[in-house]
Design a protein around this ligand. Structure first.
Ligand code: CO
Length: 498
């Protein structure tokens, strides 16, 4: 008997699936209020605005979506001023959102499996794309932009979150041209005399893909743009930059367009992972000289990467830290994402890659085996060597599980600090915010939304980035939940209540 109880302790999970599922209910309401239910104290030096994006609706008028990545983008905004915080959320009024809300039913096929009702006959040869603007939100060049990787950005009012329309950057982008959801901001661009620079990309898929790089100045103008043809199908969500390069991991997948065209499967369900093929690393110079486009292709182990942490150059080498999965599970047409068997999937793990540009050799080493995803670093260190990273992580050290904890890793000492919201809390992407005037890399705060299943609501937690062992220094209880989101960003601009 004694042995048996020991055993059940070891296999006990840190969460229940029913609790986790609560965070995937739609939020239909839009709110505006000062957050008054707070444990602890909001640091007075924390001034600015946190914007977050993610699918707000997981159904259209009761018709469930097949995958959360198909959900309409909803922006949440928390403004910090003088030790207080104000909350507002608004759906991005995309063409598709407005049309479906008016019709009260699903009108578009989703990339990740949502089909229009009516079976394959209703979906055959329907290539109409719904730009759901649900993946990231950034404030750059005086514009607040909601991003989705397969189409153009939507511009919003940073105060009211009102949707203002699509953003084409003074005609530099044409309608339908994508602006990816993972821009990187270099704090100090040598090409621009030390000014900050935002670097982003777009992928035009096909049997061979086109990757276009965009570089924007602080006024929000595209000042550099170059396109490159890449052999093979590209399913690329994120990239990294260094002072001289943009680096992409071309995951080993193939795309079979026939079931998609026939309306049997969604585009995302036609992607097949190739476990015996290497990952191709694409290195594109950021400042190609006239007529000389020296793209380098290197190879590493098979695997799948959604997100990179950071990259930097050391002599002949580029070092890249990335979250890698052993494989990409196929999105099955009959499956329900709410019933996912976490234990059957491979966890995301943090690896460091060393790319030798001289001899083309790629080495890699495992930094963190605990299941983790959604990294954040000090914003001044993008593309530079750095010491600390913050990341969502599973509560347990081994196995695959929902993110319930926040992990800080010191890449020099390899010391870890962890704060966990288990058993009933589930965390989203953490964001590191430096304390104004700070000199130490980890002097600042880590902010994250935590879904609290016990109260079916979300909290915004604030941790002292230099010491997670203090626990949360402030926990702001929202009056409702926010469905699990994707990415967000912080700006020191205070877009207060109006
Ligand atoms: Co992402």
């Amino acid at each position: 008997m004694h042995l048996k109880s020991q055993e059940s302790l070891v296999t006990e999970k840190s969460y229940t699936r029913a609790d986790w599922q609560g965070g995937y209910q739609s939020l239909t309401q839009e709110f505006d209020y000062w957050i008054d239910d707070i444990e602890g104290q909001i640091p007075r030096e924390l001034q600015g605005t946190l914007f977050r994006n993610g699918p707000g609706l997981l159904d259209v008028n009761g018709q469930p979506l097949h995958h959360p990545f198909d959900g309409d983008g909803m922006i949440s905004k928390i403004t910090f001023t003088n030790g207080r915080a104000h909350f507002r959320n608004r759906f991005v009024r995309t063409t598709g959102y407005l049309a479906e809300q008016k019709a009260g039913k699903i009108l578009y096929r989703g990339i990740f499996g949502t089909q229009k009702p009516g079976g394959w006959l209703a979906n055959i040869f329907d290539f109409k794309l719904k730009n759901i603007a649900n993946t990231n939100v950034i404030y750059w060049g005086g514009k607040l932009l909601a991003l989705w990787e397969a189409a153009e950005a939507y511009r919003l009012d940073p105060y009211t979150l009102e949707t203002l329309g699509n953003e084409y950057f003074n005609g530099a982008l044409s309608p339908g041209e994508a602006f990816a959801a993972h821009p990187r901001v270099e704090n100090n661009c040598y090409q621009d005399g030390g000014a900050p620079c935002l670097v982003n990309f777009s992928i035009k898929p096909g049997l061979s893909a086109t990757i276009t790089i965009f570089e924007l100045n602080p006024a929000g103008e595209i000042i550099r743009q170059h396109a490159h043809s890449i052999p093979g199908f590209c399913f690329i969500h994120d990239f990294v930059i260094t002072p001289n390069y943009c680096i992409f991991f071309q995951n080993p997948v193939i795309f079979n367009p026939i079931p998609f065209a026939l309306g049997i499967r969604a585009a995302g369900e036609c992607i097949k992972f190739q476990p015996n093929q290497p990952t191709q690393i694409i290195i594109i110079p950021r400042f190609p000289k006239e007529g000389q486009l020296e793209i380098k292709f290197l190879e590493t182990h098979s695997g799948f990467v959604f997100h990179h942490v950071n990259a930097f150059e050391v002599g002949e080498e580029i070092l890249i830290d990335s979250i890698c999965y052993q494989d990409l599970p196929e999105v099955e047409p009959e499956s329900d994402f709410r019933q996912v068997d976490f234990e059957a999937l491979s966890p995301g793990q943090l690896w460091r890659f060393y790319l030798n540009l001289k001899n083309g050799v790629v080495r890699r080493e495992l930094i963190e085996s605990r299941c983790c995803e959604f990294p954040s670093i000090h914003p001044a260190n993008v593309g530079r060597s750095y010491r600390y990273l913050y990341i969502g992580a599973a509560h347990a050290e081994t196995g695959n599980a929902p993110l319930q904890a926040l992990l800080k890793i010191d890449l020099e000492s390899l010391e870890r600090q962890i704060w966990s919201a288990a058993p009933r809390g589930f965390v989203g992407e953490p964001i590191f915010i430096p304390r104004p005037g700070s000199l130490k890399e980890d002097d600042g705060w880590v902010l994250a939304l935590v879904y609290d299943a016990a109260h079916h609501r979300s909290d915004l937690v604030i941790l002292d980035a230099s010491d997670f062992s203090k626990g949360v220094i402030a926990r702001l209880h929202l009056r409702h939940h926010i469905p699990y989101g994707l990415h967000g960003s912080f700006t020191c601009e205070v877009f207060g209540e109006i």
